[in-house]
Design a protein around this ligand. Sequence first.
Ligand SMILES: NC(=O)C1=CN([C@@H]2O[C@H](COP(=O)(O)OP(=O)(O)OC[C@H]3O[C@@H](n4cnc5c(N)ncnc54)[C@H](OP(=O)(O)O)[C@@H]3O)[C@@H](O)[C@H]2O)C=CC1
Ligand SMILES: O=C(O)CCC(=O)C(=O)O
Length: 485
Amino acid sequence: MADAVKFGNYINGEWVDGSSGDVGESLNPAHSKEVVGTFQKSTAQDVDSAIQAATEAQKLWRKETGATRGSFLYKVADILESRIDDVAATMTKEMGKTLPEAKGETARGVAILRYYAGEGLRKTGDVIPSTDPGAFMYTTRKPLGVVGVITPWNFPVAIPIWKMAPALIYGNAVVLKPASEASITAAKVIECFAEAGFPKGVVNFITGSGSVIGQGLADHTHVDGITFTGSDGVGQQVGQAVLARGGKYQLEMGGKNPVIVADDADLDLAVEATISGGLKSTGQKCTATSRVIVDQAIYEEFKEKLVSKVSELKVGDGLDADSWMGPSVSASQLDTVLSYINKGKEEGAKLIFGGRRLEEDGLADGYYVEPAIFDEVDTKMSIAQEEIFGPVLALIKVDGLEEAIEVANDTKFGLSASIFTKNIARMMTFIEEVDAGLVRVNAESAGVELQAPFGGMKQSSSHSREQGTAAIEFFTEVKTVFIKG
Ligand SMILES: NC(=O)C1=CN([C@@H]2O[C@H](COP(=O)(O)OP(=O)(O)OC[C@H]3O[C@@H](n4cnc5c(N)ncnc54)[C@H](OP(=O)(O)O)[C@@H]3O)[C@@H](O)[C@H]2O)C=CC1
Ligand SMILES: O=C(O)CCC(=O)C(=O)O
């Protein structure tokens, strides 16, 4: 507890304690008794204060030029860049991903800030020819107002930033409610916003339970838009609450992402991408590969190579330079993963590698699990249908591309999908037929680029897209203007 930091809420330009006086502890999943920091267990009253501050601040913020708003984002980027080592180490301690991954994510946060800072100087409308020769018609955009940002623990720097930066550049004020599991990392990001000198109330940060603070934002009539990333159950609840009061919402939820390995695939490349896409971040990405759909002609060879490579991976504390994979984020996430591994066995799949909780070699007080590989998986099994959010790969044997795509599409999710093949006709068929918002060819299923639209089909999202130029669609509303001289 000696090094644990304590954070308040950040409301109206001040770091303040929550009105309950209670704090929560954020624990290190690699050493579960180690407290990384404490955060406020806020109340509905604190939610009101944050929203009130944001509402007031937004009245002036929206009147600033895009260039001025961008200048604040450039400052945040510089501050965050100077703190990459500290923010990344906090992330690793708080949610377990390895330090190189945490540094990569923080650097991505810096790049996202600079990208949206630049958006402040780009066009926000079009001139449209009117049928009236004496008229001038064009579109412009206005910000929504106050945006509630509800984020998960798996990308505690990149996701808050890829929601807040576009919200701010287009003239909204924000209230961020981060995942409790990653509140300390998120607070360190907010410190960068605070030190960049935004007008008070433009950026607000409030921690506490999802059902009080997250739901409080979703229900609040003065919150004009909610952008959410997390589980599909909570996402649906949030969407319904916002819809019921006529607000705007954007949901980015789960995935059950397939990789198809065709009979002409470069097998070494496909194995490498399956491991990286499925097991990096301990499988805790919505874009993680979880179903590996392999043509029967190369199935045995692929399986052998996969097991052999996975058996070389070192699991351990993400701060140790030789750890390839860290722990699950929490005891409950570890339980979920282990219970899916059991369910897989019970439903008749064959566990051919791993799947044990790891407790030897000093790992007993962390939430470590060995990567698991299942053979003989049927597409109807739970491990082939439900998002596990853990290092579990389900191998499914198919005969040809048509069956592979049918299996790939046989889930309620449609976030990301990839294929390994050298045949252009197969690539084109896959691109055309697969139900996924992110389609990748000869590349792993994870891998989001900040300048491109990101979002899923079916129940993976609310059919909206985030990031790149797509972000403007959610964070603004279009006004069509007709002027007659
Ligand atoms: N698609 C993705 O990127 C992610 C998917 N998941 C999936 O979700 C599962 C559970 O993870 P978990 O972190 O619990 O995800 P949740 O969906 O519960 O949490 C996401 C965010 O929503 C908040 N929240 C929780 N309940 C409510 C509510 N009733 N109203 C509004 N906001 C709420 C959480 O706060 P708090 O942390 O305080 O509960 C957190 O900030 C994982 O196992 C995984 O399958 C999880 C994270 C990311
Ligand atoms: O794969 C990525 O970079 C982003 C994934 C993501 O948005 C998520 O897991 O929540």
